[in-house]
Design a protein around this ligand. Sequence first.
Ligand SMILES: [Zn+2]
Length: 318
Amino acid sequence: MKTETFYTIEMPYCEQLEVRRTIFSGGNGPRVAVLSGTHGDELEGLYVCHRLAAWLEQLQRSNPQGLLGAVELYPALNTLGLDTLTRSLPVYETDLNRAFPGSPGGPLPKRLAAAIMAALEGADLVIDIHASNIYLREIPQVRINQEFESLLVPIAQNMNLDLIWLHSASTVLETTVAHSLNSCNIPCLVVEMGVGMRITPEYCDQLVTGLLNVWKDMEVLAADVAVPDITNRPYIADDSNVHYLNAKTSGMFIPNASHWTDLRQGELLGTIVSPFHGAVLSEVRSPVDGILFTLREYPLVYEGSLMARVMASRGKRS
Ligand SMILES: [Zn+2]
């Protein structure tokens, strides 16, 4: 195992900005990578990298032949954002995940994106972990552009997550790392889970189990390596069965339903209230029988704020 710097640039005042990765190398088998920290307010993926590193360190002690390929962990791509609790890339106020595929001679976000693309050249599978934002909590899910559906869905089905959400090609941004890698025939799956600025250990462990199983199937890990059992099979959602619930009034949201539950049509998900008086201003109710997979986390809401996403029950587990 080694941690190395794969991108360096001089800061205006003497320091250097360094972006690092940790590499676990075994034999000449497939090469896989895990990305996180593209958004400086998303921490779930950093903990996933820690858990994977701990597992791989233990494997190398107990079964040095168990790693047949290479695992690369990129826990903190937007180091400046993480250090300063900023979602975007500070100074440039640019979303790093809108700067791909980048260019080596452009401004910092483009240069960093190009360095990340170069570092991942030749990878056999990349997982890009996101953690929503501070406003919404997400169950562990994979989001896939339908353009790459046939390549990515079979992998996503074995990742031990709760949901695969297929997006139509027209709604997908082409300047993300995932789209740029998939366009170069490097499979990249986007995981969304948890909430910004927090760590949800049970979600992280759920994904770690999925990744270890996928890597074993790919023969990154040897057949005699024991990995935890898969416990979840994902539902499949798409633009036809996902319902968006928006706030009818501004105010404070008080949830009434727990996340990731079966809902009945009309069931109360929560109320929006005012700190100035006792009346309920409005209610959030499910429009369909379905599954609650996104729920408002940050209580203060404006009229029109996204409160929840519900997948209608006709979605099936794969
Ligand atoms: Zn993100």
